[in-house]
Design a protein around this ligand. Structure first.
Ligand SMILES: *[C@@H]1O[C@H](CO)[C@@H](O)[C@H](O)[C@H]1NC(C)=O
Ligand SMILES: *[C@@H]1O[C@H](CO)[C@@H](O)[C@H](O)[C@H]1NC(C)=O
Ligand SMILES: *[C@@H]1O[C@H](CO)[C@@H](O)[C@H](O)[C@H]1NC(C)=O
Ligand SMILES: *[C@@H]1O[C@H](CO)[C@@H](O)[C@H](O)[C@H]1NC(C)=O
Ligand SMILES: *[C@@H]1O[C@H](CO)[C@@H](O)[C@H](O)[C@H]1NC(C)=O
Ligand SMILES: *[C@@H]1O[C@H](CO)[C@@H](O)[C@H](O)[C@H]1NC(C)=O
Length: 182
């Protein structure tokens, strides 16, 4: 849970970033594309999904596991590069995205369950919430790949995405996108 202090801190950091951007005469819109569990960046079309190792600052998960699978188990779809890796969590965790531009943001969650060691991702049962809205409740994934999309009006300086495993279960995510939509 974020306290007010860290909220203000994020807003402050966001403001400084904005100032820096303004002074460079370029204001990038919030655009987070993350390839979870990956150590390398993945290109999908002309978009680059950044390895989540580069995003350790937005991810709070001391016990997360980076999982991978061989590519031949995944049908060659457009996004298959994203589905070869996943982040697995055995306890609640959250991503905190600093938001520079308040307003409608698009959240896209990618799930492609595979088997990694003793984790059968098809068995994962978990909930996902954005700010305080539940997006997915005690969800068990059926047929892959699953892409879930949401639009959230962000009025503060950050967007918090929380994953909560059900009792005796775990959560996972293959890739996620958070970006501003005008
Ligand atoms: C992935 O892309 C990010 C942002 O462009 C860059 O900072 C990082 O060094 C890249 N990581 C790798 C492993 O190439
Ligand atoms: C998973 O990643 C490890 C470490 O990078 C690598 O040695 C292994 O071959 C990968 N496994 C698959 C199935 O891709
Ligand atoms: C998650 O796994 C880590 C490392 O295996 C362990 O220390 C931790 O207690 C586990 N958390 C839960 C909630 O099971
Ligand atoms: C987002 O919420 C704020 C505050 O409630 C409101 O003023 C604004 O119009 C909303 N924006 C959109 C795009 O819905
Ligand atoms: C993983 O779980 C799914 C769904 O319960 C099941 O159909 C599949 O056989 C399991 N795979 C393995 C390797 O245990
Ligand atoms: C979420 O709910 C808590 C407790 O009700 C509140 O303190 C916090 O400001 C809320 N967060 C957002 C982003 O709305």
């Amino acid at each position: 849970m974020m306290n007010i202090y860290s909220c203000e801190l994020l807003i402050l950091v966001g403001s400084i970033l904005c100032l820096v951007c303004v002074s460079l005469k370029y204001v990038p819109e919030d655009n987070y594309l993350i390839d979870c569990g990956s150590s390398t960046n993945s290109s999908v079309g002309d978009r680059v999904f950044v390895a989540d190792q580069s995003y350790s600052d937005v991810l709070s998960a001391p016990h997360s596991i980076s999982a991978n699978t061989s590519s031949d188990s995944i049908s060659s779809t457009y996004d298959s590069a994203l589905y070869q890796t996943a982040k697995i969590f055995n306890e609640s965790f959250y991503y905190t995205f600093p938001i520079k531009k308040p307003g409608r943001h698009w959240i896209r969650l990618h799930f492609y369950p595979f088997v990694y060691r003793n984790y059968n991702l098809s068995m994962a049962k978990f909930s996902v919430s954005a700010q305080n809205f539940t997006l997915i409740r005690e969800y068990r994934l059926e047929s892959p790949p699953i892409v879930k999309e949401y639009s959230v009006n962000v009025t503060s300086g950050s967007l918090v995405l929380t994953f909560t495993p059900s009792v005796n279960s775990f959560a996972f995510i293959n890739a996620l996108e958070v970006f501003f939509t005008p």
